[in-house]
Design a protein around this ligand. Structure first.
Ligand SMILES: C[S@@+](CC[C@H](N)C(=O)[O-])C[C@H]1O[C@@H](n2cnc3c(N)ncnc32)[C@H](O)[C@@H]1O
Length: 329
């Protein structure tokens, strides 16, 4: 069966789709299609199409929508997408292809307010990247992970939804009445769930914006009374919290190794360290283990409880985690 459609160049697809939606004539019962660079947007009432688009009206066979329409349905290929709250993240070097994917995401049934493309690597001490905003206008969102909510702005703070499974592995080891120091806490994806399990958590981050979000997130998840959030360099809090940590989270791959002296100062008599590192596949765990042993000296017995490859980071490089127990001699 044919239905009226507005046919325009694919590059104009998102703008025109928004205009038709604003005019109340976008037909949600039939599928949007792209053929040879032209996007066909089904409409319910040709007379309601804005005059500037009336010349683009055509009659066309359009399939009925019996299931939600995905970006892949519109594009004819499956783009790689990452979801962060109501933000969709793409990683595309080709600007035209990035635009095409963003338009398809917005035209699909994926719940999405903003589409971002990576515009730089993760940079600097604060581990933040730059973004191209391809659709929508806010880089702030609320992301849900294993039942907890995290408000964050990806333009201001570090956050990776890809690490959810690894975080969960570590978080579920934390017990009630433990004292935890999260040395590089970000917006709180370790600190807050650990506090929800009954731990008392000191969460530190150099990025003042991340700590603002962490405080908000602690309240949002009902654990404000068990989280102390501190903005600053973790080295500067080591005296105040010396000897207090039953558990330490060290998630600053590339440079956490520079903070082992601080970790040893913070450790209580029996302390489990979750240490993240990025190393060559030839010896992914050796450098971390050697650095910990050297920082600890004779003060503690050191047992490496877990050596885990978290993910492939770059060709021949792994992001790894060591769970290391320190027991005072
Ligand atoms: C890789 S991010 C991890 C954040 C968080 N743990 C997560 O999983 O989302 C590392 C964090 O360490 C913080 N950071 C870097 N140097 C620091 C320092 N000397 N003291 C405290 N935090 C630091 C950065 O601002 C960044 O938020």
């Amino acid at each position: 069966m044919t239905v009226p459609c507005v046919a325009v160049d694919r590059e104009r697809g998102e703008t025109v789709r928004e205009r038709l939606a604003d005019a109340g004539v976008l037909d949600g019962d039939h599928r949007i299609e792209v053929v040879d660079g032209t996007i066909y947007l089904p409409v319910t009432k040709p007379s309601g199409v804005p005059p500037a688009l009336a010349g683009s009206l055509v009659e066309r066979d359009a399939e009925e929508r019996d299931r939600p329409q995905t970006p892949a349905d519109i594009l004819g290929y499956d783009p790689s997408l990452e979801r962060l709250g109501d933000i969709v993240i793409i990683d595309e070097d080709d600007n035209a292809r990035a635009r095409e994917i963003a338009d398809a995401v917005m035209a699909s049934d994926l719940p999405c307010a903003t589409v971002l493309n990576r515009a730089s690597p993760i940079e600097g001490d604060l581990r933040v990247r730059q973004w191209d905003v391809l659709a929508g206008n806010s880089t702030e969102t609320v992301h849900r992970e294993y039942g907890h909510e995290f408000a964050l702005d990806v333009a201001e703070v570090y956050f990776s939804p890809r690490l959810a499974t690894e975080r969960h592995r570590v978080i579920t080891q934390a017990g009630a009445n433990e004292s935890v120091v999260d040395m590089f806490a970000g917006v709180g994806p370790y600190a807050i769930p650990m506090a929800a399990r009954g731990a008392t958590v000191v969460a530190c981050d150099l990025n003042a914006a991340a700590i603002e979000y962490l405080r908000e997130n602690a309240e949002r998840n009902g654990v404000g009374d068990r989280v102390t959030a501190i903005a600053g360099d973790v080295r500067e809090i080591s005296d105040e919290y010396a000897g207090s940590a039953d558990r330490l989270v060290m998630n600053l791959p590339h440079s956490a190794g520079e903070f082992f002296d601080t970790a040893v100062t913070l450790a209580s008599e029996e302390c489990l360290i979750h240490y993240y590192d990025i190393q060559h596949e030839d010896d992914p765990f050796g450098p971390g283990v050697r650095s910990i042993r050297s920082a600890v000296g004779d003060a503690y017995d050191v047992v490496v409880e877990t050596e885990r490859v978290v993910r492939s980071y770059a060709p021949h490089e792994y992001n790894v985690c060591l769970d290391v127990r320190l027991s005072k001699r």
